[in-house]
Each structure stands twice: as C-alpha cells, then as structure tokens.
Design a protein around this ligand. Structure first.
Ligand SMILES: [Mg+2]
Length: 230
C-alpha cells in the first residue's frame, strides 16, 4: 500500500483568494501590519512561514512575531469562514480531483492523505467548501510544522496508526503544484507528481525534476498508473 500525499491549494482546490484575504484580516487584527502581502509569494509555503516571512520582510524580529502567533490563527480561521461563505458555491475541486479520489479510495494499493501548508482548521474549511470534507483519513499540516519537509514523516506516522500497518516513504508520492512540493518529496525520499493547476506552468515544474508532470488530474487512468509506479 502506497501513501499518496496531496497538497491542497492549486492541487485539489482553488479557494479563489479566500486564504489570502483571511490572512490579511487576521494579521491586521493581531499585528496591525501585513508586510508586502500583495507581492509576497505564498505558493508552496506553510501558513506560519507566510506570516513570519511577511513580518520579517518589514523588519519584525521573531521575538516580536511569536506572541501574536496563536491569536493570528484564531482570527484567521474566523475570517476564512467568512471569506469562504462569500464564495459559497464557487469553490470547487480542480479538474479530475473528484474522479481521481473516488478511484484511489476504492483501490487498496493506495492510502490517500494530506501534506499541506494550511493550518489543520484551514485545510478542513477549504476542503469543506469544495465538497471534499471527510475524503482524507490522515494528514500533516502547517499547524504541525512551519517547514513542509517535516510533514511527510508525520503524515506517515498518522497513516500507520490509522491503517495499523507500516508505510514506506520510497513508494510514497507527494502530489503538488509548486517546486516546494517537489523539494518536499525529494527531501523525504518520496516520488513527486507535479500538477500545473496552480501558479506554475508544466515547464517551470519540469525544471525541478519531478517524476511526472500533468496539466491537471483529469486523466485518471494515467495518474493512477504513475501513482502505482507502473
Ligand atoms: Mg499548493
């Protein structure tokens, strides 16, 4: 059985800017400052790394950032609820995601889970808005570590508890839309499936040496063959 570790934003779901808008409100509430939020590259980073990166960019020190961290996430999740409600019915899974999940959930070769930079509560909310809640039995989140590379071992541990068996990282596949997802796979000895439904083109992603690049996840049979390493 293989771990299939899905990123969320740009891979499973496009939440139409809800996360960024919510983070902006939370940072204004807690820190009174958002740093260079309009130009900052959010893609592939964990939520805590985004907040830290934005504040460091305007010369905040970690000692100044740390005290507001907890309150930021409470405020963020409340704002995310509002932002997603405003986009009600428009947040959908990206092409092919629904069919692919249906196939791999019913295939005992695969254990589908999440490896995402979202806080766990943010992940649940974004997946819920796209009708994908309850589809992943385990995962690791930005709320577990600021560094994406730390997340696959945590996801594996949780999968092992859930399935009551061991999983191998060499047969695991990280599915994501950014160079950071590819690096995260490599850092953990996992395979990387890159999909260009986020900000990065297939060509850009190819430069980072993933095992496969797909324009989207809609060719279910081909994606499943890659995941199974056939
Ligand atoms: Mg992503």
């Amino acid at each position: 059985m293989r771990l299939v570790l899905f990123d969320i934003d740009g891979t499973l779901v496009n939440s139409l800017g809800a996360g960024k808008a919510a983070l902006e409100q939370a940072m204004l509430t807690v820190y009174g400052e958002t740093g260079p939020i309009a130009s900052f590259d959010f893609h592939g980073r964990t939520d805590p790394a985004i907040v830290r990166g934005l504040l460091r960019a305007v010369d905040w020190t970690d000692e100044e950032i740390e005290p507001g961290f907890e309150a930021t996430w409470d405020s963020y999740l409340a704002a995310l609820d509002r932002e997603l409600a405003e986009r009600d019915g428009q947040v959908r899974p990206l092409p092919g995601v629904g069919d692919l999940l249906e196939v791999i959930e019913g295939d005992e070769r695969f254990a589908p889970g999440l490896v995402t930079g979202n806080m766990e509560g943010g992940a649940q909310r974004k997946l819920g808005a796209a009708g994908l809640d309850g589809r992943f039995g385990f995962g690791a989140y930005g709320s577990d570590s600021e560094w994406r590379e730390d997340l696959p071992p945590l996801a594996r541990e949780r999968a092992q508890r859930r399935y009551g068996r061991l999983f191998n990282m060499e047969t695991a596949v990280v599915v994501g839309d950014t160079p950071e997802d590819i690096r995260c796979a490599r850092a953990n000895g996992a395979r990387a499936l890159a999909v260009s439904t986020g900000r990065h083109s297939a060509e850009e992603l190819r430069e980072h040496g993933p095992d496969a690049v797909f324009e989207n996840l809609s060719d279910t049979a081909r994606v499943v063959r890659m995941l199974a390493d056939e």
